[in-house]
Write a protein that binds this ligand. Structure first.
Ligand SMILES: Cc1cc2nc3c(=O)[nH]c(=O)nc-3n(C[C@H](O)[C@H](O)[C@H](O)COP(=O)(O)OP(=O)(O)OC[C@H]3O[C@@H](n4cnc5c(N)ncnc54)[C@H](O)[C@@H]3O)c2cc1C
Ligand SMILES: *[C@@H]1O[C@H](CO)[C@@H](O)[C@H](O)[C@H]1NC(C)=O
Length: 407
């Protein structure tokens, strides 16, 4: 009798569809979703929870209601790929290779120096960086669901032996979903910086206290030792002869050397009449550090998380970045009125600083938590699109193995 019951229970457990909840729809989370969905098909149900209106995360593209076809890559402008595996992955995601126009700009002379080819440079399909994450989950089929405008604010593991599910909640404490496996694809819910913004303990840290899983604890400790460096982005859109002056410059993406305020300038051809060029400025790290705490009024943290923004301070930073740009010789004047912008966007955690979470600690089998994203160790440099792509693949494969092994 007992044996029979056990056999029955085992069959029930194995025939059930595995549920994977991915927190974060950036390149890392989407790469994991794709890997898991492709390998397991209808034996798995993947749900991606994302604060933003769509996928992309830091490899994002801004769109606007006024100009429906305008797109501005205001996060990562390109992905520099150094591994063969990364190249395959980015090509499979519709990444397009770009050549020329990448290098450094001397801010006191305005001289541009083309960079020696080191690795391969890519953008998303059609030059739209946001397409990279999107194309990873497009065509994955019905077993991948996406929940946008959904911020996970609470996590707990239902106490039900090995079969306990992860429960994901929103800010109001309502259940967003349940999962057997949790994939943390953006370290926010696991990192102490959560507390600085929202006051309470990071949701996964809170949940881990109740679990007492030593491996999860050590993963969280490693994540807590990482820090992040911010970038302030400002972009504006031009048309006609004003746009042409920027297209005549010898570069598309230039690191700015010797400037206290600016770190990078990017000139993007939109291909759309009426707003042909988008110019994006990225601040230096030091400038963003000294002006911490100023969010763009449109940032996700402000919109969903309720973080404060200060319009006056924002305008001041915006003006300072444009002034610094105007001081660089040979750079065209920014007209008093642009087609769109200048708009400021603050990336509070643009780059990961510290040591990557080890491959071993990116998979906590007993706690049924896995980590992926540009803060996890791969063959690519930390804090890059390539790293996020590879970490998603690596963590996705580890989960596939677990779900298959359990069956
Ligand atoms: C200004 C800037 C310039 C950059 N330049 C380059 C470059 O030149 N080359 C390069 O390779 N890389 C660059 N990067 C880095 C690159 O963008 C990232 O390494 C990569 O996009 C990280 O992907 P990810 O999936 O790991 O993380 P993310 O893209 O950050 O994805 C995490 C996602 O999780 C979501 N999320 C977080 N918390 C929650 C929650 N509680 N609930 C639901 N969703 C949540 C976030 O909204 C986000 O979409 C740049 C980044 C920035 C910001
Ligand atoms: C910029 O060019 C000037 C003149 O050639 C040079 O003296 C200076 O060192 C350069 N600055 C940087 C940061 O390379």
């Amino acid at each position: 009798m007992r044996l029979l019951l056990n056999a029955l229970l085992t069959t029930m457990a194995t025939s059930r569809v595995g549920r994977v909840g991915i927190i974060g729809g950036g390149v890392g989370g989407c790469s994991a979703a794709k890997t898991i969905s492709n390998a397991l098909g209808s034996a798995v149900e993947v749900t991606v929870y994302e604060i933003g209106r769509g996928p992309g995360g830091r490899a994002a593209t801004r769109r606007t209601r006024e100009f429906p076809t305008l797109h501005v890559n205001h996060g990562a402008p390109t992905a520099q790929i150094v591994t063969e595996e990364g190249r395959k992955a980015i090509e499979a995601a519709g990444g397009e290779e770009v050549k020329g126009g990448h290098g450094t700009l001397n801010s006191s002379t305005g001289e541009f120096q083309e960079e020696e080819e080191g690795g391969w440079l890519f953008v998303g399909e059609g030059g739209v960086m946001g397409n990279l994450a999107a194309s990873l989950i497009e065509g994955t089929g019905a077993n991948v669901k996406t929940k946008y405008n959904s911020m996970v604010r609470g996590l707990e593991r239902a106490a039900n032996g090995d079969d306990g599910s992860w429960i994901l909640r929103n800010g109001a404490g309502e259940i967003l979903g349940e999962a057997d496996w949790l994939v943390v694809a953006g370290s926010g819910v696991a990192h102490p910086r959560w507390t600085a913004t929202f006051g309470n303990e990071p949701p996964l840290v809170e949940a881990a206290k109740a679990l007492g899983d030593s491996q999860l604890d050590s993963s969280l400790k490693a994540i807590a030792s990482q820090t992040a460096s911010p970038v302030i982005a400002v972009f504006f859109v031009l048309s006609g002869s004003e746009a042409q002056r920027w297209l005549d410059l010898p570069f598309k993406v230039a690191k700015i050397e010797g400037n206290e305020v600016l770190g990078k300038v990017m000139i993007q051809r939109t291909g759309e009449e009426g707003y042909e060029v988008a110019v994006v400025l990225h601040s230096s790290r030091a400038f963003a550090e000294t002006n911490k705490g100023v969010y763009g009024s449109t940032s996700s943290a402000k919109r969903v998380g309720g973080a404060k923004s200060d319009k006056g301070k924002e305008d001041e930073l915006n003006a300072m970045m444009l002034e610094a740009l105007a001081e660089i010789p040979q750079i065209p004047e920014v007209p008093m009125t642009c087609k769109y912008g200048p708009v400021l966007h603050r990336w509070g955690n643009a780059f990961v600083v510290g040591e990557g979470l080890s491959r071993e600690n990116s998979m906590c089998r007993d706690a049924k938590v896995a980590f992926c994203g540009d803060y996890v160790e791969t063959d690519a440099p930390l804090s890059s699109i390539e790293c996020a792509l590879l970490a998603g693949k690596q963590t996705g494969e580890a989960i596939v193995k677990e779900i298959k092994g359990g069956a």
